[in-house]
Write a protein that binds this ligand. Structure first.
Ligand code: BES
Ligand code: ZN
Ligand code: ZN
Length: 497
């Protein structure tokens, strides 16, 4: 998608012009810029046919000007319009562009602005929303008559400084594209996206952006004593991988933030086998890994002034004569021993070794992201990411980043009593499943036992990383949850330096 900035009077080859239809247009330049495309008839149409209702989309042929069609999106009260509304409107517009097989579109940017939303904001939201909205997964069907639609040009009509607008739109574009790549990883089945394949993808990404990259295989893990990830991998014919990447903003690499992702390419539950209804969809149990890789893509593109380490532990969780089993006691990379009570609580095990590894690399802050527990879905539903933290200020900053991206995050408590229950075992330092009451807290809390005092945020995306219904920003399937917020947080930490 090639984004350009033009003014409203310039000749334009777009097939369609996207316009936000708001009440109270008087506090901006309002409708003047496009009303002339309707030879004065717009007011009548607005009265009789057009709707201001949010998410209402209707396309009319234009009566004048060189853009033949206008796509109106209802935005309701202009004064109350917020960034989430605008992003959602562009998500829907993106879907509509695909339906109409549009290759060249234009946006009347002013119609998505108000006192809070600048032309730059609107440009960023437009590129991001349309980019996400146009996403589809290239499936494996042998007979498909769907033609892939890609937007070739997007022109932003505005009187503002073209360079600033283009820069803002480019950020949105990068954010949207990176979300879409994470979605594709989540949508890929476990027989194709194995740990090795995921590592190959990461290798390519790393090479593209000049990251330092290190991929540990099983033999290297054995040598280091990564007993937790190895236990999860024990039942598999596939090799595990630990994917490690460094984005160096400075040569000295001081104060790096670690992004740690759960990369379980398929979770059967192991001997604590999932029931047949709960096992379908477990190809998506690498959503945390996808979020980290998506964020790293944004970081590679935008090059923030902040050192970042990515650590992703990847394997599937299978059943076989070799598989680990309940009652087993394993020794993690940290040296801490773990009594296995439930082999389906495997995510926290691979994360344990990953955060230890990140700490050994010098991480001074850690964010882990994982499809960790069904408990988060029970607690918060499918549209909120659950969080834990050991650092108030760090989490405050993260919440601000999530407000900017519109990804809802809600923190749960982690108390001394919860920790006591994690440390309760007759035979080991920790147990991996203290109970089903409030078990999102135990999942994340277990990871916290390995993080210790390093400032840390845990994100449970079991609800948000995958959806079974189409939504404003795309189809059902992988959502790319937390890709944008992780990247926004890195930007925020870079600004704060
Ligand atoms: N991968 C699952 C969590 C999950 C559930 C992700 C639903 C996406 C949708 C995780 O490994 C798991 O099985 N967790 C157990 C934890 C339990 C054994 C304490 C769960 O949620 O039941
Ligand atoms: Zn599991
Ligand atoms: Zn899992």
């Amino acid at each position: 998608m090639n984004i350009s900035v033009q003014n409203n009077e310039q000749k334009n080859n777009a097939e369609i012009l996207i316009v936000g239809l708001t009440r109270h247009p008087e506090n901006t330049k309002g409708w003047d810029g496009f009303a002339e495309r309707f030879e004065g008839k717009l007011q009548d149409w607005v009265k009789n046919e057009l709707s201001f209702d949010k998410k209402n989309i209707i396309t009319y042929p234009a009566l004048a000007g060189d853009i033949p069609r206008i796509m109106f999106i209802g935005m309701d009260d202009r004064k109350k319009m917020n960034e989430d509304d605008v992003r959602a409107a562009f998500g829907l517009a993106g879907k509509e562009l695909v339906k109409k097989k549009i290759k060249n579109a234009a946006i009347y940017l002013d119609s998505f602005q108000n006192e809070d939303i600048t032309a730059e904001d609107a440009a960023y939201l437009a590129a991001e929303g349309i980019g996400m909205g146009m996403y589809s997964f290239a499936d494996y069907k042998t007979s498909s008559n769907e033609v892939e639609v890609e937007l070739e040009t997007l022109s932003l009509l505005t009187e503002e400084n073209a360079e600033d607008i283009e820069a803002a739109a480019r950020i949105g574009q990068v954010f949207g594209e990176s979300v879409n790549e994470a979605r594709t990883l989540v949508n890929m089945p476990g027989n194709i996206l194995t740990a090795t394949a995921l590592a190959d993808y990461a290798q390519e990404l790393g090479e593209q952006y000049g990251f330092e990259i290190d991929i540990l295989d099983k033999a290297q893990m054995e040598e280091l004593g990564m007993g937790a990830i190895l236990a999860v991998n024990q039942g598999s014919v596939e090799e595990p991988r630990l994917i490690v990447m460094k984005y160096k903003a400075t040569e000295s690499f001081e104060d790096p933030l670690a992004l740690v992702g759960k990369g379980i390419t398929f979770d059967t539950g192991g001997y604590s086998l999932k029931p047949k209804d709960g096992i379908v969809g477990m190809k998506g149990d690498m959503g945390g890994a996808a979020a980290v890789l998506g964020a790293m893509k944004i970081i590679g593109e935008l090059k923030p002034d902040k050192n970042v380490i990515a650590v992703i532990a990847s394997t599937d969780n299978m059943v076989s004569g070799n598989a680990f089993k309940p009652d087993d006691v394993i020794t993690s990379l940290s040296g801490k021993t773990i009594e296995i009570l439930n082999t389906d609580a495997e995510g926290r095990l691979v994360l344990a070794d990953s955060v230890t590894y990140a700490k050994q690399m010098g991480a001074t802050r850690i964010i882990d992201v994982a499809t960790l527990t069904g408990g988060v879905i029970v607690a918060l539903g499918m549209d909120k990411t659950g969080a834990l933290t050991n650092d108030e200020a760090f989490f405050e900053e993260f919440l601000e980043a999530s407000n900017e991206t519109g990804e809802f995050v809600w923190r749960l408590p982690l108390t001394e009593n919860d920790k006591k229950r994690l440390r309760k075992s007759d035979v080991a330092d920790l147990n991996n499943s203290p109970g089903r009451d409030g078990h999102m807290i135990f999942g994340g809390g277990f990871v916290g036992e390995f993080v210790e005092d390093t400032p840390w945020i845990h994100l449970d995306i079991a609800g948000t990383s995958f959806t079974s219904a189409a939504h404003d920003f795309g189809p059902k399937g992988g959502t790319g949850a937390m890709v944008r917020t992780l990247a926004m947080m890195v930007e925020s930490l870079a600004d704060g330096k």
